[in-house]
Design a protein around this ligand. Structure first.
Ligand code: GDP
Ligand code: MG
Length: 428
């Protein structure tokens, strides 16, 4: 007797995707990285990045495997940030915990750093601390510390900076297994090399995923959250001291009540409003920090559903009227926002070449000043965006503009190449 078995095969379970997280400040080259390796239509130099605190996941197939790239907003984007580090951490953690709950693991973290930076500022150091806390030391072996913008420095300069990074700032991360890589825009293989090496890694659970997702900690109890809580506390104390000083000065000038004190009083009142706004942000940050992951998820979902369009700024009278066909667009460009900044300034600081070009073509004033007298050129130079600097100069940006702290663009140049470029245009 023969037994006929009719065995129905269950459809094969697709393997989990390989997940790679990209971290780095706005303008560092995260989108360029993702575009190079996925071929997807990723917006480069996107202004929105500096305005929103959202994580975007790009999905593709590489060598027959499903690979997801998570593009995160930058921490410590002091030049152009519209959102606080706390908000960024909230958004990044929420997305990471969501994936953790779906049983997904992270295969790699790429931390990007511009080799054009001539020194390490406090922001870089706290970014590295944030990376360590977010990932957790045992998982640092899945991290690649990748330097970008090698084309904007000489080989010698770049190698010297890389040595300093490895010996000092990155030493602890390297000790725990983090790798170092160089990325060159003109060499696509340099991007793929990083991805290939990460694809071989075993998937891991990041420290922030364990702390928030498994241990039920609030953001402020998490290791990464403590870094931002510390920042918020320090900033709050500093704002409060400044407020007290200002209120005292304002009282004295008001008591004197002289006519020529009027402009001084106006200035102080504006400064006071600014400080009050910062204190309010710090209070909002504290609220976020006290939340658990469920609340964060709910908030993020409702925020994404209701994000309003950015408000149109009021018209300005500080710049000569543009030609009629450009009037509407440039009216929006040439006004200061509530932070005393303007769109061209943020786009130039972030190195967003095509956005800067569009704004200049649309009538943006290349020499416009922020509330503190900074120009777009200052920070395009300071952040090493040679292409943006050339563009601004081509549109007649004032090369020797002086900020309120007496800084000229030339004094902010980090490379000999940049200094040469500026001097050629009459910088002193
Ligand atoms: N010179 C140079 N520019 C780069 C490099 N990588 C990216 N960029 C430019 O830097 C700007 C910001 O890049 P993007 O990928 O949008 O940065 P993100 O804000 O981190 O996503 C764009 O103008 C890019 O073309 C690089 O290796 N060298
Ligand atoms: Mg981007």
């Amino acid at each position: 007797m023969s037994i006929i078995c009719n065995i129905k095969m269950a459809p094969p379970i697709p393997p989990d995707p390989i997940i790679i997280l990209l971290i780095g400040i706005t303008g560092i080259g995260k989108s360029t990285f993702i575009k190079q390796v996925t071929g997807l239509d990723v917006p480069i130099g996107d202004d929105l990045e500096s305005l929103t605190a959202s994580v975007t996941t790009y999905k593709t197939r590489i060598s027959g495997k499903e690979v997801w790239f998570m593009d995160t907003p930058g921490f410590n984007d002091t030049n152009q940030a519209q959102r606080s580090d706390t908000e960024v951490l909230g958004a990044v953690s929420t997305e990471l915990v969501k994936q953790h709950r779906e049983g997904l693991l992270v295969n790699g973290v790429v931390y990007l750093h511009k080799i054009t930076e001539d020194r390490m500022y406090g922001t870089h150091v706290s970014n590295l601390l944030m990376l360590r806390r977010l990932v957790g030391e045992p998982s640092l072996r899945n991290v690649v510390l990748a330097t970008t913008k090698w084309d904007a420095v000489t080989q010698e300069e770049g190698e010297k900076r890389e040595r300093q990074l490895k010996q000092r700032y990155w030493a602890r991360l390297i000790e725990h297994g983090a790798k170092v890589a160089r990325i060159r825009k003109e060499i696509p293989q340099s991007y793929l090399g990083v991805v290939d090496s990460l694809m071989e890694n075993m998937g891991i659970t990041l420290q922030i995923q364990k702390e928030l997702g498994d241990d039920g900690l609030t953001l402020e109890q998490s290791s990464a959250g403590k870094v931002v809580l510390d920042e918020v506390n320090k900033a709050t104390a500093a704002f409060k001291r400044q407020m007290e000083r200002l209120s005292e000065e304002l009282k004295i000038t008001t008591e004197q009540g002289q006519q020529n004190m009027k402009s001084l009083q106006d200035l102080m009142t504006r400064e006071k409003n600014d400080l009050e706004a910062k204190l309010q942000q710090a209070a909002r940050d504290r609220e976020i920090l006290q939340k658990g992951i469920q609340e964060l998820q709910r908030e993020l979902a409702s925020h994404n559903a209701h994000t309003p369009a950015p408000p149109s700024p009021p018209p300005s009278s500080s710049f000569p009227p543009p030609p009629p066909q450009q009037l509407q667009q440039s009216e929006n460009y040439n006004v200061l926002d509530s932070k005393g900044e303007f769109p061209l300034y943020r786009a130039a600081a972030g190195g967003h070449y095509s956005t800067v070009k569009r704004m200049l073509e649309g009538g943006a004033n290349p020499s416009m000043r922020t509330k503190y007298q900074w120009t777009a050129l200052h920070w395009a130079v300071g952040n090493g965006h040679t292409d943006v600097v050339q563009l601004l100069l081509a549109y007649g940006a004032e090369v020797n503009a002086v900020s309120d702290t007496r800084r000229r663009p030339l004094s902010m140049a980090g490379t000999e190449r940049m200094r040469h470029l500026l001097r050629q245009r009459g910088a002193s």
